[in-house]
Write a new protein. Sequence first.
Length: 445
Amino acid sequence: MWFFIRPEELSIKSWHLFIIFLYTIFGIIFNLLPAGQLALLSILICTLTNTLKLEECLSSFSDEIVWLMVFSFLISHGFTKTTLGIRIAYLLIKLLGKSTLGLAYSLIFTDLIFSPVIPSVTARGCGILFPIAKSLCHEYQSKGTTNFFMIICFQSNVITSAMFVTAMAANSIAVKLSVPFGVNITWLQWATAASVPGIVCLIVMPLIVYYYVHPPAVKCLDVVPTLAKAKLKAIGPINIDEKLVILIFFILILLWIYGKKLFNIDIATTALIGLCSLLSLRIIKFEEVISDKNIWHLFIWFSTILMISSFLSKFGITTWVSNNLKLSFGHFSPVTLFCLLSLIYFYIHYIFASTTAHIIVLFPSFLSLFIELGVNEQIATLILIFLSIFSSGLTHFGLSSAPIFYSNSYLKVKTWWYSGFIISIMYIIIWITIGSIWWKIIGLW
């Protein structure tokens, strides 16, 4: 196997770190221990084996990308604690919910609205979309309609996760891992690159599911707008907390777009401004912030994974893997090799239960190889980022929200995988065609 070609090129310390890295990744994938605990054990092993010094192990705990994720997750409390998320969803349902397809778009646009400021597919998909979709499906008692909405909501989660840096934690990891290659992607650059092909995917995906993949049993939903009106009436008029959250939402978006250019405020500082605003206005409480154990688990393992990935690159592991990949497929032309490796990178997600793990394990090596093939550094980075995210829609375990949607449908695994495969082809076609044209228009290539 190519993994064992010329191992003498690497130092003993490099091999130690690589083994610790694999232990950490497999531990997180198979949930052997809480992620934060696994990360701390990894740090301990690094120091006891003299693989790294303790100060080196803690170097990523002050990284702005890490704190961007922490602050963004805490900001999401402001959207989930108030009734703003549910209110927006039912407003869209009231406008678009007269048909099954219209209702699907209302759920999708709800997901899109919150994706810049809720960096968790679980919070958006399972916390906002899923309860609404489930209650609406219950009204019609139709298995076919339930399956349709579950597929739609899950694939919507996949697409919106690709739209913004702050849409999920794995995105920030990819941004950080691209820095050693001389690539610094801003919030605006990411959003601009993803905007047109992403929106096209959001428009086309429901049509593919509606007409070809899994047509719903019920097409007309005349009662749903009335139901949405009743839900809105029960929620009551918009309150001051919701208005303040909306204001903070727009301030965050503006600062993420123009803050660096106009005020020299980076995206992590912008997120801190949003968090402090929510705390100062008493929309969320500091006790809620420090008691959210999931966020601090994220902080510990996210920092540790970034640290290990950084030193793997410094120790030459990334270059070694990419060189051996090149040796294994060196008889292909550069264009053929690029296409082949892109498909391998995409469909290898069948063996991953996490987009984060996919990116951490493969992203640096494939990025190095793409650059060696002559692909522009920024374009290579964006291609791999979007391949990483869209591949998470292949299976019923490829994204953190996937098991929830799958377990509440009546589809067999093979049917779910079939729908994921068909939709994945749609993603690839849209990004190759419309995505390429759009990137040419905005000057990426």
